[in-house]
Ligand binder design. Structure first.
Ligand code: DHB
Ligand code: MG
Length: 217
């Protein structure tokens, strides 16, 4: 099948299973208006994050990479009114746009945006996170996985975005730092005894990519 067929099928699934969502559409419009890249998770993946939070019963969620707050809103809706999402964003402008969109979505009181680079913010956090979503600079993926293990507990769900990368992960000679960061993260998930993991390739509106799912053991 062609990428065109993947796209059409993903749109079909999104229309059917996600549907119109004014708060999320507002977040994407604000993100685009602010000149941020449209690299947020696909609608079906946003709903997957929402379902994973609910399926695991997570109440304390950590996100690395807020961007415009699209995935943040999906997860904040899932934690319940006593739940909390801490989300880390390196860019002040992105964080301000995300703050407005998250507040407009009605979940602002559940979301704590920490502005700064992950490597600086993560050591300042108090642990106890039940679910961690890593979707930031791919070069730092192993650092973020290490912090996910340190700030989580046995049973914490860890989700790592963008592991497919158009199939380039098989290229041992790659010079692409994002691919190298992804390969290192996948090796860590395989070898580090703190994790038990799998990974799924995805095709859809974002092309050929994928997500790794891990449990802290
Ligand atoms: C990129 C980052 C992402 O998180 C994503 O979902 C897609 C692309 C990137 O940096 O290219
Ligand atoms: Mg991503």
């Amino acid at each position: 099948s062609t990428p065109h067929a993947w796209r059409a099928a993903d749109e079909y699934l999104s229309d059917l299973l996600v549907g119109r969502d004014p708060a999320l559409e507002r977040a994407l419009s604000a993100q685009q208006a602010a000149g941020m890249p449209d690299i947020e998770v696909a609608p079906v993946a946003g709903k997957l994050l929402n379902l994973l939070v609910r399926m695991s019963g997570a109440r304390r969620v950590l996100e690395v990479g807020t961007l415009g707050g699209y995935s943040t809103i999906w997860m904040a809706r899932a934690v319940g009114d006593q739940g909390r999402v801490v989300t880390i964003e390196a860019e002040h402008v992105n964080a301000a746009v995300a703050r407005a969109s998250i507040d407009a979505a009605g979940v602002g009181d559940r979301v704590d945006i920490r502005v700064g680079r992950g490597e600086d913010v993560l050591p300042t956090l108090v642990g106890g996170f039940d679910l961690v979503f890593i979707d930031a600079d791919k070069e730092s993926n192993t650092l973020y996985l290490d912090w996910a293990a340190r700030l989580g507990h046995p049973g914490t769900v860890v989700i790592l975005d963008n592991i497919g990368r158009d199939g380039e992960i098989v290229d041992a000679e790659t010079a692409d730092s994002k691919v190298i960061g992804t390969q290192q993260a996948l090796r860590m998930l395989a070898e580090d005894p703190r994790f038990d993991a799998t990974a799924l390739q995805t095709v859809g509106v974002k092309g050929w990519d994928g997500v790794a799912l891990a449990l802290i053991v």
